[in-house]
Design a protein around this ligand. Structure first.
Ligand SMILES: Cc1cc2nc3c(=O)[nH]c(=O)nc-3n(C[C@H](O)[C@H](O)[C@H](O)COP(=O)(O)OP(=O)(O)OC[C@H]3O[C@@H](n4cnc5c(N)ncnc54)[C@H](O)[C@@H]3O)c2cc1C
Ligand code: FES
Length: 244
């Protein structure tokens, strides 16, 4: 679906990180994303951004202003409109009655909010929010009602000092199902660590063009051949992606 979505809010919430609220009539599964045209005529490709929350026709996404498109988006005024494609991607399957570990790293924390909100209705959650340092930390209190929250930073400026992989090496957590979103290196290590012993779902990123499965510009190698991250993913099961 395509919408000309009204900007309700677009505010800075941490260093280089913005929360954008759009008025949008849609249906979203956690882990899905929207593809936003930032509105500058020379930036033709849309920018894929994960759903961070959706409620009552209000979509929240959280993005880091890293390049030309997202820096331009950061200046989009409240009251203006953004051409947005949605809902895109497969989304996370939601388990019930399980001990669940939710891991969000960096910008991967953003989609975990909507996921944890939904999973907390039927499961016991442990949630790890991993950041580079306190300047880049956001939504640090937002998950408190959903389960036990553990915060890590690489430099120890808040929470545990070390990355999420170090935390998991040094602390034994009891869980049946893993959900994670973050940089490829973290996903790969979590996958290799847990693929033979746990159920789990990981959210992958690739550079995208069409975002709707038409151009094959976003393929990832899996045990079942090449898959499109935008259409067959971005969520893949533990053990599904082939890294070599
Ligand atoms: C499914 C999915 C969900 C995402 N969710 C989020 C999110 O919730 N928050 C967030 O901050 N970022 C998210 N990203 C990454 C985000 O799309 C890029 O940071 C953004 O497109 C960069 O655009 P730019 O113009 O600022 O950067 P530039 O580097 O100038 O972009 C140039 C081109 O590369 C593409 N591109 C650059 N980096 C990425 C990337 N990592 N993934 C895909 N395309 C990229 C851009 O879309 C653009 O077409 C997501 C990416 C994917 C694939
Ligand atoms: S971006 Fe075109 S198929 Fe995925």
């Amino acid at each position: 679906m395509k919408s000309n979505a009204l900007i309700i809010n677009n505010e800075k919430i941490a260093k280089d990180i913005y929360e954008l609220t759009l008025e949008l009539d849609s249906n979203f599964i956690p882990g899905q994303f929207v593809n936003i045209s930032v509105g500058r005529p020379d930036l033709l490709l849309r920018r894929p951004i994960s759903v961070s929350d959706y409620d009552n026709n209000r979509l929240k996404v959280i993005y880091r202003a890293v390049g030309e498109g997202t820096k331009y988006l950061a200046k989009a005024p409240v009251g203006s409109r953004l051409d947005t494609l949605h809902p895109l991607g497969n989304g996370y399957p939601l388990v019930k009655g399980k001990n669940v570990l939710v891991v969000g790293c960096g910008m991967g924390v953003a989609p975990m909010y909507y996921l944890a909100k939904e999973l907390s209705k039927d499961n016991n959650l442990t949630i790890i929010l991993a950041y580079q340092n306190k300047d880049y930390a956001y939504l640090t209190k937002a998950f408190d009602n959903f389960g036990q929250v553990i915060i890590t930073t690489d430099d120890g400026s808040i929470g545990y000092k070390g990355n999420v992989l170090e935390y998991l090496k040094n602390n034994k957590l009891n869980f049946d199902t893993l959900y994670a979103c973050g940089p490829m290196i973290v996903l790969k290590n979590l996958d290799l660590k847990y693929r033979d012993i746990k159920e789990g779902y990981l959210s992958f990123e690739e550079r995208m063009a069409c975002g709707i499965g038409a151009c094959y510009g976003c393929v990832i190698n899996t045990k079942n051949g090449l898959k499109r991250v935008c259409k067959d993913g971005p969520i893949f099961k533990l053990g599904e992606v082939a890294y070599d």
